[in-house]
Design a protein. Structure first.
Length: 96
């Protein structure tokens, strides 16, 4: 379609809804696919962080090393907050 050519009403309706890669400034360069948020990856990493940090926190508590288990508890709390945010976004229907 030429630059000065007018759009039909169907095409205008398609563009008003937005395109999947509209926000991506590199869309279409080299045939790149549209980018989406990696919510499933974030969820897996948050769960892995909880498991790993819980193990280190228990080990630090058993050994009596306070400087080891308090930061791990803080990371666990942050990972739980991240999981809540991820679940809300996935229920809203965001891809990823």
């Amino acid at each position: 379609m030429k630059f000065n050519q007018r759009y039909t009403s169907d095409e205008r309706r398609d563009f008003s809804d937005g395109l999947p890669d509209y926000h991506d400034p590199t869309a279409g360069i080299g045939g790149a696919a549209p980018t989406y948020s990696a919510l499933s990856l974030r969820l897996a990493l948050a769960i892995a962080a909880i498991v790993l940090c819980a193990g280190v926190a228990v080990l630090g508590f058993v050994l009596g090393i306070a400087w080891l288990y308090w930061p791990m508890i803080a990371v666990i709390v942050l990972a739980l907050i991240d999981i809540v945010i991820i679940v809300r976004r996935k229920r809203r229907g965001e891809p990823g």
